[in-house]
Design a protein around this ligand. Structure first.
Ligand code: SF4
Ligand code: SF4
Length: 87
């Protein structure tokens, strides 16, 4: 087991019950870490740099939730280096 298997990160958790799908966060994110499908908006932990630019523009506060989890299990497209919020 290498360190990436046990490193813990904080990942955005967007609650689909609160999100009104206004797309503000996706349009705001400078690194295109936020995407959506027909059900939910999600943040790619591999792309997010923790700049927090998406937090205050969200009209419902639904992106200001975080879940702590092993990096290896975080939602992400590449499984690459996490740039912020390592705990
Ligand atoms: S914290 Fe910054 S990089 Fe991460 S999803 Fe929000 S706007 Fe994008
Ligand atoms: S800005 Fe907030 S309410 Fe709008 S799509 Fe993003 S998480 Fe949902």
């Amino acid at each position: 087991m290498d360190m990436s298997d046990i490193q813990v990160i904080r990942q955005h958790l967007i609650d689909p019950e609160i999100c009104i799908r206004c797309n503000t966060c996706e349009a705001t994110c400078p690194v295109a870490a936020i995407t959506h499908d027909s059900r939910n908006y999600v943040v790619d932990a591999d792309k997010c740099n923790g700049c927090m630019a998406c937090i205050s523009p969200c009209p419902t506060g639904s992106i200001d939730n975080w879940r702590t989890m092993p990096r290896a299990k975080a939602y992400g497209s590449r499984g690459a280096v996490w740039l912020g919020y390592a705990t």
